[in-house]
Design a protein around this ligand. Structure first.
Ligand code: SF4
Length: 364
């Protein structure tokens, strides 16, 4: 929390949290249902408009609490409809949130940290270092803001149908706040998303994958990017702490007991580094015993980094080799070009606090 903000932010609280707060104020806990609907389903930030709450409660809430949302400092739209917001946080850092419209769904890509500690060698966010975790309210504030700013969809009831934690940061290193935010995304009185429409994307924080399975088993995506430990150690340094075999064991546990569930493996194709057909074959072999689908992502070059985009022929060859071995694989269409809203291009503004580290954070 910003040092200047002393009142509790209602966006930090899920339904039980709001019920607890209302009990402290001498109210009946069921008022939390009404408050949650005002805050999230209706996107209301004006206590005076919450007319099914008593005047006395509205005044008390206005005096003792806040509805604090990030301030939008830039709002860009690409030709393909992708929209990106730069959101300023207390203290001066900024995060990015991206909306990606498709025919059958609208996906919001949210950030979970200001910057990232994990230092993946090809990533734009990693270049910025790490400042801090986002609060639950700052994570939900992205959904709240996007839901308010997007125009009604001509067909769908709501423009946003899916949320993916693939923006700035490693969500499983901000576990408690991310899970609290997900609980509100799933709550029928708030955003009412189903578990399969919320995806947590991780670089492979193995113990936290197990905790997520126990506490909030939404869809899981893993940023793999290499078919062997030697190369993955280089591209995703977290691999030195949790190597591929341990990671895949955790993935198997994650979907065990439900034949319909699969883990999505993200694989960013870097020209001449990980895009050879022999590496596609190795990847297919590696994933043969995990219920998996593979998302191949053509790399978006980042200024100052030595990696290049794989040529389209190499991407097609890689995909065909993976398919030939019986895996489900798709090539992700690059979206939001021109506004740096494509994968791996989220930068925001990370005020220096902890610079890039060559150490892999140890997580228990
Ligand atoms: S790719 Fe993801 S986990 Fe790796 S440094 Fe970038 S934001 Fe962090």
């Amino acid at each position: 929390m910003d040092a200047t903000c002393t009142k509790p932010n209602l966006l930090d609280l899920d339904r039980p949290g709001l019920a607890g707060l209302l009990t402290q104020l001498g109210e009946k806990p069921f008022r939390a249902d009404q408050l949650l609907q005002w805050l999230h389903a209706r996107g209301c930030d004006d206590f005076a408009a919450m007319t099914n709450l008593s005047k006395a409660l509205r005044e008390r809430l206005a005096q003792e609490t806040e509805i604090r949302v990030p301030e939008v400092t830039a709002d860009q739209q690409a030709a393909d409809g992708t929209r990106k917001w730069l959101l300023r946080l207390p203290g001066g850092s900024a995060i990015e949130t991206v909306y990606i419209p498709e025919t059958r769904r609208g996906t919001l890509c949210v950030s979970s940290q200001v910057g990232c500690q994990l230092n993946c060698s090809f990533c734009q966010t990693a270049q910025q270092g790490f400042n801090r975790n986002l609060s639950t309210g700052e994570i939900l504030g992205q959904m709240w803001t996007a839901s308010r700013l997007l125009p009604p969809h001509p067909v769908r009831e709501k423009p946003i149908t899916n949320v993916v934690f693939m923006g700035m940061g490693e969500p499983l290193l901000n576990f408690d706040n991310v899970v609290a935010a997900i609980r509100v995304l799933l709550d029928d009185l708030a955003y009412g998303l189903s578990k399969r429409r919320v995806t947590v994307s991780t670089a492979g924080v193995v113990p936290m994958i197990d905790r997520l399975r126990e506490e909030c088993p939404v869809a899981l995506a893993v940023s793999l990017h290499a078919p062997d430990d030697a190369l993955r150690d280089e591209l995703v340094p977290l691999n030195r702490r949790y190597p591929i075999a341990e990671l895949l064991d955790a993935c198997r546990r994650y979907v065990a007991g439900d034949d319909r569930r699969r883990v999505t493996f993200e694989y960013t194709l870097l020209a001449g580094v990980n895009d050879h057909p022999a590496q596609a074959k190795a990847l297919a072999k590696l994933l043969a015993r995990v219920p998996a689908k593979v998302n191949l992502i053509p790399y978006n070059p980042v200024a100052g980094l030595p990696y290049e985009t794989s040529p389209p022929e190499a991407v097609a060859k890689f995909r065909d080799e993976v398919l030939r071995h019986g895996l489900v694989a798709t090539v992700r269409k690059t979206r939001g070009d021109g506004i740096d809203g494509a994968c791996g291009q989220l930068a925001g503004k990370v005020l220096p606090r902890q610079r890039r580290s060559t150490h892999v954070p140890v997580v228990v």
